[in-house]
Design a binder for this molecule. Structure first.
Ligand code: G1P
Length: 295
């Protein structure tokens, strides 16, 4: 069985749901406690054994490339000021030379199109996709849990979790036929179904392990929900030819493409931060006391 070595992170999205914060900053660079959101996703990929990351970028996303590069002036200044700890931290987070690639999505034609843009760099092996809007807290990380399943099942594996019925129209939703433990087999999936029309309450979380045949299905550029080329539609077609599993992973996810989801992520990650947890708890408690609703 082929190992999952490469992951695609589509980072070309405009972040319209979190404007004005994202007017001049890529949404993936918004800080969650003390690091940009994207760093948590890259960590999750590395923990799952990913050796090469392909960022699908777009206009005005240069800050992401800079973040994963050396910053000579900054490093020299830190060295002169004997800031060894920060320097070591920067060094730890620097990808190995040649272990990241950037491809450009030239127009916002949808998630399916973004993934298709990475086809040449991915080649002919199964690969992972991690949507950087979604931060997942799990131990081990969500993708590592999926890789473990994939090593048993092969085929394609996606992560799912249960959502309230009134939220189904915001996500891709699966149509499960059977369940074994936390693993589902499916007969279909649908992107952003109307409330009351969804086949289940199991949403597609934003973590995927896919076979390269998905690229052929994305190639015909058919549009779906919202007039966009949808990854969900291509997966629904791949499912008729290859085995496909949905893993109800163990953990919690935060949709950072949404203002309150982003705030939830900050609160959770702060409360579990090795150095800041205690301080963060005090900050939140004080803020709650000082902002009691008056009625
Ligand atoms: C994308 C996918 C959707 C998935 C969601 C997870 O939607 O198309 O299937 O459930 O991410 O966050 P988007 O958030 O880009 O509209």
């Amino acid at each position: 069985m082929k190992k999952i070595r490469k992951a695609v992170l589509p980072v070309a999205g405009l972040g319209t749901r979190v404007l004005p914060a994202t007017k001049a900053i890529p949404k993936e660079m918004l800080p969650v406690v003390d690091r940009p959101a994207i760093e948590y996703v890259v960590e999750e990929a590395k923990q799952a054994g990913i050796e090469h990351i392909v960022f699908v970028t777009g206009r005005a996303k240069g800050a992401i490339e800079d973040h994963f590069d050396r910053a000579y002036e900054l490093e020299t200044t830190l060295r002169e000021k004997n800031k060894a700890e920060v320097l070591a931290e920067l060094e730890r987070n620097l990808p190995k030379a040649g272990s990241i690639s950037f491809v450009r999505q030239q127009a916002p034609l949808g998630l399916g199109h973004a993934i298709w843009c990475a086809r040449d760099v991915i080649g002919d092996d199964p690969f992972a996709v991690l949507l950087p809007d979604v931060l997942v807290k799990g131990e081990p990380g969500c993708l590592a849990q999926m890789v473990e399943v994939f090593e048993q099942t092969g085929g394609n594996v996606i992560a799912v979790d249960e959502i309230p019925a009134q939220d189904v129209n915001k996500y891709g939703v699966i149509d499960p036929v059977s369940q074994q433990g936390n693993l589902y087999e499916m007969r279909g999936m649908v992107e952003k179904p109307e409330i009351g029309q969804a086949p289940s309450r199991l949403k597609i979380t934003g973590r995927y392990i896919l076979q390269p045949e998905i690229f052929k299905l994305l190639e015909n550029q058919e549009t779906g929900n919202g007039g966009e080329i949808q990854l969900t539609d291509a997966m629904a077609r791949l499912m008729t030819k290859q085995s496909f599993f949905a893993l109800q992973y163990d953990g919690v996810d935060f949709d950072c493409g949404d203002k309150l989801g982003y705030l939830r992520a900050i609160a959770h990650f702060a409360l579990q931060h090795p150095d800041l947890a205690e301080g963060a708890r005090a900050v939140f408690e004080t803020a709650l006391t000082e902002n009691k609703p008056t009625n």
